[in-house]
Design a protein around this ligand. Structure first.
Ligand SMILES: [Fe+2]
Length: 389
């Protein structure tokens, strides 16, 4: 990507690539080096204002919608900043580092993985605004168009189950504490909802029937004219979609992506089903291995395999649940500035489970709680249906 590609901000929700690169570096500098590396020389004191995201305890910052105005420092200067901070972190870890510093370095790595995903989703949004429709990665033929097998339904008995992270290995604070949840008997579809099924929903007037929609979702339709998933456009030869591999025909067998919570909920209502709760999803996923099933560099979700059992839980699209992002019983935010990481966002957002084709594979966990407001569509967000027994 050029300096220009990396500088432009396409909307308030998306950040320039340059900002992501600098902000993740700022996180290590601010949370680790300034506190634990006695002889650390700050690279540029002005960067604290430019690259602080939302940490009130750390001070004033560039307004989020104006991150694209940061034409200077240049991309080269930001890469030099990254090298400077990398070297200092390596120096700190080579010595006898405080265990608290090591923990924050680990948090910084997981934070950077989150931004690696956002880099891709934000570049896609930027390139989708360009009339020449650049491909982030070239060289892909259209996916083989095939029919998806009908979904199978996997039954679960319900009862009192345990969900949440047990504290062994890394997790974000919001994933715990582990606690009991009561589930009624339920079923989950063995695969994700496909583009082909979404086309049926559209053909049957799914976007035109207010009875299928939550009131807030219907208001979005009236305001924005939603009639298809984000990035979809209808051409002479059918529906196409902007992807990280440029504009591509819709593959009916691949999972639908770039739909909001409101759309996912309306689809489930139309199908006579519902979205799973996050406890149902996690209980079902707990026994699965998370071996990455495919090449993470493909950058497009793939159709489900024909194997029996739950499929596509990880590595294709994030799956909307009906659960609001709220604290688990006995949740306490982490101490210090990093306590602002998750807890303060526990209002007005819904939980998504799994991981997407843009998520670094080693970042996925059964307990992971991703969250976005219900009208957002620029992430790789899709759905899996559930039903009561
Ligand atoms: Fe961040």
């Amino acid at each position: 990507m050029s300096d220009a590609d990396a500088t432009v901000q396409s909307m308030a929700d998306a950040s320039p690539a340059k900002w992501h690169l600098a902000h993740t570096t700022w996180f290590f500098e601010t949370m680790v080096l300034k506190r634990f590396a006695a002889d650390y020389a700050v690279f540029d004191a002005r960067f604290n204002f430019l690259f602080n995201s939302y940490y009130e305890t750390i001070g004033a910052r560039q307004p989020r919608p104006k991150r694209g105005m940061i034409t200077r420092p240049s991309l080269d200067e930001i890469m030099a900043y990254r090298a400077h901070v990398d070297a200092a972190i390596e120096g700190l870890l080579d010595g006898d580092a405080d265990p608290a510093a090591e923990e924050l370095v680990e948090l910084g790595c997981h934070h950077e993985q989150q931004h690696q995903e956002l880099l891709l989703t934000d570049i896609l949004h930027l390139f989708a605004q360009s009339p020449v429709r650049p491909a982030y990665r070239d060289g892909s033929a259209p996916e083989a168009v095939q029919e998806a097998a009908p979904a199978d339904w996997i039954s679960f008995d319900g009862g009192i189950v345990e969900i949440g992270h047990d504290g062994r290995g890394f997790s974000f604070d919001c994933e715990g504490p582990r606690h009991r949840a009561l589930l009624e008997p339920f079923r989950l579809a063995d695969r994700l909802v496909t583009n082909g099924e979404w086309l049926e929903f559209m053909a049957e007037g799914g976007y035109r029937d207010p009875l299928l929609w939550l009131a807030d979702g219907w208001a979005q339709i009236l305001e924005h004219g939603w009639a298809a998933p984000f990035y979809w456009e209808e051409g002479d030869s059918g529906w196409r979609s902007m992807t990280l591999r440029g504009i591509q025909p819709i593959d009916p067998a691949a999972p639908v992506t770039h739909v909001s919570y409101f759309e996912a909920d309306a689809f489930a209502t139309w199908a006579g089903k519902r979205l799973p709760s996050e406890a149902e999803w996690e209980h079902a996923a707990a026994s699965l291995s998370i071996a990455p099933s495919s090449d993470p560099r493909r950058l497009r979700p793939r159709p489900a395999s024909g194997e029996p059992g739950l499929k596509q839980m990880f590595g294709e699209v994030w799956q909307w649940t009906r659960s609001p992002f709220t604290p688990y019983p006995r949740f306490k935010p982490a101490e210090g500035a990093v306590g602002e990481y998750n807890g303060k966002f526990m209002c007005g957002q819904f939980v998504l489970r799994g991981s997407s084709v843009a998520t670094p594979p080693e970042h996925a966990r059964a307990t992971y709680r991703n969250f976005f407001p219900p009208d957002k569509r620029w992430q790789f967000s899709g759905l899996r249906l559930a039903e009561d027994i």
